[in-house]
Design a protein around this ligand. Structure first.
Ligand code: ZN
Length: 503
C-alpha cells in the first residue's frame, strides 16, 4: 500500500523536476547565447513551464499522498531515501501551498514594476523613484510572511524557504559575534591600506588566455567541465544543473583585471562540484538539490577563498598563470601574488568586497530587512539607515543611493531574507574545512602540489552526498559534531589578515 503511494508520489515529483530542469535549460540559454530579441518569447515559455510545475507540485493529490505516507515514512530511518523524500517534500509543499494564488500573482506584478523603478532610481542615483514600488513590496512580503506563519519575526517565515531551521534570533547572535571581530579588523586593515598592493592584477590581460586559465583553475579544483559540465560566459556568473551529469557554470572576464574572472570561475566551480556530487539516485526528486543557499555558498566560498586565495594554491598555480602571461606575471613571486589576491579594505559595493568586509555588507542588509518587515523602519528611511550602518561598520558614507541602497537587484523582489545565506556560507565553509583538515592534515600540502582530491572527497562524503536530506544544522552536526559555529571562520580571518597586514 505504502509502496504504491510512494511510487505514485515519485512519478509526480519526477514530472515536476523534469519541467523545472527544462525551464533551467531555457534560463541558462537566455543568460548565455540567446539573441537579445528573444527575451519576450522566452519569458512566456519559462512562465508556462513554471506554471505547469507549480500546479503539478501543489495539486491536492500530492497533499493526499504525503498525508497517507506520513506514518509509514516516519518509521523509516531518518536519513533513508523514503523518510527524507516524504519529509522534505512535505516541507516544500507546505511552504508552497500556504501562499494564495492572488498574492503570488501580485508579487510577480509588483516585482516587475519595482525592477523598472529600480533602473529609474539608479539612473538618477536616488532612492525616491524606487520608494513607492519598494514600499508596496514590503507590504506584500509581510502579507506572505503572515500566510506562512511566524512567532518572533516575519523575517523567520521568509527565511524558511532559503535556510530551513534558521531564525533571525540565531542570525542576530551570529551577527553580533561577527561584528565584534570584523568591525575592528576592518578599521585596522583600512588604516594600513598601503601595506598591500594588487597592481599586478590590474594590467591588460588577454581574454582568450584568461579563458584558458579559468578552465585550468576549475580543473585543479576538480570541476568536470568536459564530460559532465561546461563553462560559458554571462554578464552575471551563475551555476545551474540539469542533472548531476550536466552541470553548467558561467564566468565573466575583465580584460584589465585578472582576478575578476578567475575567482568568479572558482566560485561557480565550487557550486558546480556540489551539484556534480549529488548522487544520481536523488535526482528527479526534491532531494536532488543542495541543503540550502547557505550550504551551497559554503562550497563556492571554500574553493574561491579558502583554497583559491591560499598560499598553497598559488604555489602550484602561479607558474601556470605566468606561462600564459609571461609579461604580466613573469617577475612576480608567490608571496607577492598571495598578498595581491588578498588585498582588503572597506568599499561601498558588496559584490566587490573582500573576505574581511563582505559579511558586514550582508549583516547591514539583513538588519535593515528585519527592521522593515517588523515595521520598525519605514521604506523612505532606508537611505539614512543604510548610511548610518555603513559609517558604523565600514567607516564610509555613501555619496549617493546608487552605491548605497540601490546597488543590489535583490530588493526588486522586496526584503525576502535571501541575503543571509552568503554570510552563513562563509561561516560554514571554515567550519567544514577545519573538520576536513582534522581528518586529513595533509590537505594543505596536497593543494600545494595541485592535488585537491582529498578535500573534494571529504566534501562529497559529508556534504554533497546528502542532497537536501538534512537541514543545514543537521548537516553540520553530522559533518563536524556541532551546530553552526563562527569561531573557525573568525580564527581563520584574524590569523590570515593579522599576518598580511602586520597587525
Ligand atoms: Zn555563490
Amino acid at each position: 500500500m505504502a509502496e504504491a503511494a510512494l511510487a505514485r508520489l515519485r512519478a509526480v515529483l519526477t514530472e515536476v523536476d523534469d519541467l523545472q530542469r527544462a525551464a533551467a535549460v531555457l534560463s541558462w540559454d537566455r543568460q548565455t547565447y540567446m539573441p537579445p530579441a528573444g527575451g519576450a518569447g522566452r519569458g512566456e515559455q519559462l512562465a508556462t513551464l513554471q506554471r505547469l510545475a507549480h500546479a503539478r507540485f501543489t495539486s491536492p493529490e500530492v497533499g493526499e499522498l504525503l498525508e497517507g505516507l506520513r506514518d509509514w515514512a516516519g518509521a523509516q530511518p531518518y536519513d533513508s531515501f523514503e523518510a527524507s523524500l516524504v519529509r522534505v517534500t512535505r516541507r516544500d509543499y507546505d511552504l508552497m501551498t500556504k501562499l494564495p494564488g492572488e498574492l503570488v500573482a501580485e508579487l510577480a506584478r509588483a516585482e516587475a514594476a519595482a525592477f523598472d523603478a529600480w533602473h529609474a532610481g539608479r539612473s538618477e542615483r536616488a532612492w525616491q523613484p524606487f520608494l513607492a514600488p519598494f514600499a508596496h513590496l514590503v507590504g506584500l512580503c509581510r502579507q506572505a510572511a503572515d500566510h506562512i506563519g511566524w512567532q518572533d519575526s516575519p523575517f523567520d517565515a521568509l527565511l524558511r524557504s532559503h535556510e530551513p531551521g534558521m531564525t533571525y534570533a540565531r542570525l542576530d547572535q551570529l551577527f553580533t559575534r561577527l561584528k565584534e571581530v570584523l568591525v575592528p579588523l576592518t578599521h585596522a586593515v583600512a588604516a594600513r591600506a598601503d601595506r598591500v598592493s594588487d597592481a599586478v592584477l590590474q594590467q591588460p590581460y588577454d581574454e582568450a588566455r584568461q579563458w584558458t586559465l579559468t578552465l585550468q583553475a576549475v580543473a585543479v579544483v576538480g570541476f568536470d567541465a568536459t564530460e559532465r559540465g561546461r563553462q560559458d560566459r554571462s554578464v552575471h556568473p551563475f551555476t545551474t544543473s540539469f542533472c548531476s551529469e550536466d552541470v553548467r557554470i558561467t564566468t565573466r572576464l575583465d580584460p584589465s583585471h585578472l582576478g575578476h574572472g578567475l575567482f568568479a570561475s572558482l566560485h561557480e566551480a565550487g557550486h558546480g562540484l556540489y551539484e556534480q556530487g549529488i548522487p544520481a539516485a536523488l535526482w528527479r526528486t526534491p532531494l536532488g538539490v543542495g541543503a540550502s543557499g547557505g550550504v551551497h555558498e559554503s562550497q563556492s566560498r571554500l574553493w574561491e577563498n579558502v583554497i583559491g586565495r591560499s598560499r598553497g594554491f598559488w604555489t602550484f598555480f602561479l607558474p601556470r598563470a605566468a606561462a600564459l602571461f609571461p609579461d604580466q606575471l613573469g617577475g612576480t613571486d608567490v608571496e607577492a601574488m598571495y598578498r595581491a589576491v588578498n588585498r582588503a579594505g572597506p568599499s561601498f559595493i558588496r559584490v566587490e568586497a573582500d573576505e574581511v568586509t563582505y559579511n558586514l555588507h550582508i549583516i547591514l542588509r539583513c538588519e535593515l530587512e528585519q527592521a522593515l518587515l517588523r515595521g520598525d523602519l519605514a521604506p523612505d528611511d532606508v537611505p539614512g539607515a543604510w548610511a548610518e550602518k555603513m559609517r558604523a561598520y565600514l567607516g564610509l558614507t555613501p555619496p549617493d543611493d546608487l552605491v548605497g541602497a540601490l546597488q543590489d537587484v535583490h530588493w526588486t523582489g522586496g526584503p525576502t531574507a535571501g541575503f543571509a545565506g552568503y554570510t552563513l556560507g562563509n561561516v560554514m565553509s571554515l567550519q567544514l574545512y577545519e573538520r576536513a583538515m582534522a581528518d586529513h592534515p595533509g590537505i594543505p600540502d596536497a593543494v600545494q602540489a595541485g592535488n585537491t582530491e582529498e578535500l573534494r572527497t571529504w566534501m562529497r562524503d559529508h556534504v554533497h552526498s546528502y542532497g537536501s536530506k538534512l537541514t543545514p544544522e543537521e548537516l553540520l552536526q553530522q559533518a563536524t559534531g556541532r551546530g553552526l559555529d563562527p569561531e573557525p571562520y573568525l580564527r581563520y580571518i584574524q590569523g590570515k589578515y593579522a599576518e598580511i597586514y602586520d597587525l
